[in-house]
Design a binder for this molecule. Sequence first.
Ligand code: FE2
Length: 261
Amino acid sequence: MTESSMDPRDYVTLPVFAETGYVVLDSYDQPADPAEWLDIEYVDWKSSGDTRFAPLASAYGDLECNGFWHHDPPKTDKDGVWVESNIAKAPHLKARAEEPGANIGRCRVIELKPNTYAEAIYNLHIDDNNRLNPEGTGWIVRGFFNLTDDSDSVMILREDRDDPSTETRVPLPAGTQVIIDTQRLWHAVWHPGPQLRYCLITSWEAGPDLDAYIGVRHPITRIESPELPAGMAEAAEAEVAERRAARAAATGTTTTAMSEA
Ligand SMILES: [Fe+2]
């Protein structure tokens, strides 16, 4: 089965995601937690944007970030194995990931360098979360816990990559919790900086446990996006069109691969 033939309706999904594909929950008190993301070990991993990742759970417990489906034997994005050396230094982050009680697949901290809005739009991608996921089981969605206080940064979400009118921008103060169907929504973060941004990303299996977790945290499924500075959207669309055309000319293709981040 290819991703393009996958239909979430063949899986257990949560009604809260039906309309918009994302849900913003009550923020948690991140400043009360230690800054464990500064203590753990990062690895270079190809992704959209200028990033590094620190795996907390990987396919078989190694310090690496490959998609579970690339391993031998391959597996779907469930039953992640804790990376002992990192969780020993990050018990609070592990506990955050475990709080919903849902099955955990990939779990990692992302480190993102400052970028521009146009770069974020260029980096919009969808994730390959459900490859090898057996029909009839829970659809994989991903939780984003913003660790650093990035109030001027936004998670950009688009239903249609090339249609700015479908865009939502979720501000990212410390403690922001957003759960996203990242195989449905195109996404990338615009992070003006100047500091590095850190975020805990966890793959969770949709089911009763995740539903209950969401239900008691005042879920909001449609937020009002902060305004962009005048002219920025138009300038970004033009810049992105130019970059995509240059890439297509260089590679002879216009296809966009799914990200493994
Ligand atoms: Fe992604």
